[in-house]
Design a protein around this ligand. Structure first.
Ligand code: FAD
Length: 384
């Protein structure tokens, strides 16, 4: 129930429960004419693919409040190789820092090589904790982060939603004794300087907006793929700290890189297939479309669950978050749990027989029609 949900004794407080916002402005093709639809779609696909990635120009917003503490972004890395999500969230943290008229700082533990990158992606300042431990170790990194946070008292810390950073955020929140708002997808502030963090809840059906009114810093993990990095190169101040105690209860005996690359998350074009495909044999029609466009097939959860396609091709909340240039959803209804996985796609095209399907509220171009009629026509056209 809106405004009446809150965890007793927790430092964070849910202040609002609301439906996910509509983020796209769909253009729909409604005629019952598969050939016409294919022609229309070919044009839209061309437009979508011809648009080069617009360089995100950062426009500094007018401040709405003034806070004393800085905003921090924890820069996640493995063996000094950064995780891209750190730079994504830096752009949003930059905006929030400007709204709150404060400094944006990056916190880097053990990876001196990332200082310049942090400035490039928008930080004003870098806290560099010098350490010989270049690989994430929860004991050591929690200690490092807690020591600098207690010493410099930031207003808020943003963590990328990677596995290790999510762990680090929770153990540090306990150490610092503050609230952690997990898996956030959008942020806002008010004139009192209160930071509002919004995240999908109730299995993704609703969004919750949460504050941490009485504890500092506010700690947040941010979902990957939601924000786009900005380039805002400048030089800034570097504050070096040294960690004296590098004791850990963990001994890492061996370290292996995950060998399999995920073609789904790396592809610029993804053909998403849902239950509307009706049988596993029919997926070949989507594979054909993927072939002519040079893309790959991804699936909704029910298809992966039924074993119709490999689990690593599942798109959505419990599958992969993808950010292709073009996502074509075939027979996918557009459940929120699916949509969160494609919200970062530059263009979304949907083909669905049901005009009421929620995907039509969340696509750029949509064809109301039977995929078995439209897709073969589309393949014919694109093949030419
Ligand atoms: P449906 O909802 O059944 O939609 C099928 C669509 O096909 C319908 O809109 C129908 O109109 C259309 N259709 C039928 N015939 C045709 C035709 N001939 N031509 C064109 N269109 C046609 N789902 C995910 O996808 N990814 C996740 O990661 C995920 N995680 C979840 C996590 C949780 C905790 C929960 C509770 C659910 C999760 N789900 C996830 C499931 C999600 O809620 C939906 O059930 C699922 O996305 C629906 O898949 P669908 O769109 O393929 O099927």
């Amino acid at each position: 129930e809106p405004n009446k949900i809150g965890l007793a004794g927790s430092p964070t407080k849910v202040i609002k429960v609301h439906p996910p916002p509509k983020t796209r402005n769909p253009e729909l093709y409604k005629e019952k004419d598969p050939k016409g639809a294919a022609e229309w779609l070919t044009e839209k696909i061309k437009i979508s693919l011809s648009q080069t990635q617009e360089k995100i120009e950062y426009k500094k917003p007018e401040p709405v409040a003034k806070v004393n503490g800085e905003l921090w972004v924890y820069v996640d890395h493995i063996n000094e190789e950064p995780n891209e999500t750190s730079w994504e969230i830096m752009s949003e943290a930059r905006r929030i820092a400007d709204l709150l008229s404060t400094t944006l700082s990056a916190v880097i533990i053990g990876a001196d090589n990332l200082v310049e990158d942090a400035f490039e992606y928008g930080a004003d300042k870098v806290y560099l904790v010098k350490s010989n431990v270049k690989r994430y170790d929860n004991d050591i990194y929690t200690r490092a982060l807690s020591i600098v946070a207690k010493k410099y008292k930031p207003e808020a810390i943003f963590f990328p939603g990677t596995k290790s950073s999510r762990e680090l955020a929770s153990t540090s929140a306990i150490e610092i004794n503050t609230g952690l708002i997990a898996d956030c997808t959008s942020f806002d502030v008010d004139s009192k300087g209160i930071l509002y963090a919004t995240r999908p809840d109730f299995g993704g059906k609703e969004m919750s907006t949460i504050i941490c009114p009485n504890h500092r810093p506010v700690m947040m993990t941010v979902r990957s793929g939601v924000f786009k990095p900005i380039h805002n190169h400048k030089k800034g101040e570097i504050v070096e700290e040294k960690l004296d105690d590098e004791f850990s209860r963990y001994k890492i005996l061996d370290y292996r890189r995950k060998e399999k690359r995920n073609v789904l998350t790396e592809s610029d074009i993804v053909i998403g297939v849902g239950r509307g495909i009706k049988s596993p044999e029919n997926i070949k029609i989507a594979e054909e479309l993927a072939d002519v466009l040079g893309g790959v097939v991804g699936v909704s959860k029910p298809l992966a669950d039924m074993g119709w396609y490999p689990k690593d091709r599942q798109v959505g909340q419990t599958g992969n978050t993808i950010r292709p240039k073009l996502y074509i959803a075939l027979g996918i209804s557009g459940a929120v749990q699916h949509l969160v996985g494609i919200s970062g796609a530059r263009k979304i095209i949907a083909i669905n027989i049901d005009p009421e399907a929620p995907i039509f509220n969340n696509c750029d171009y949509g064809v109301i029609g039977d995929l078995f009629e439209v897709v073969p026509e589309l393949i014919k056209r694109l093949g030419k």
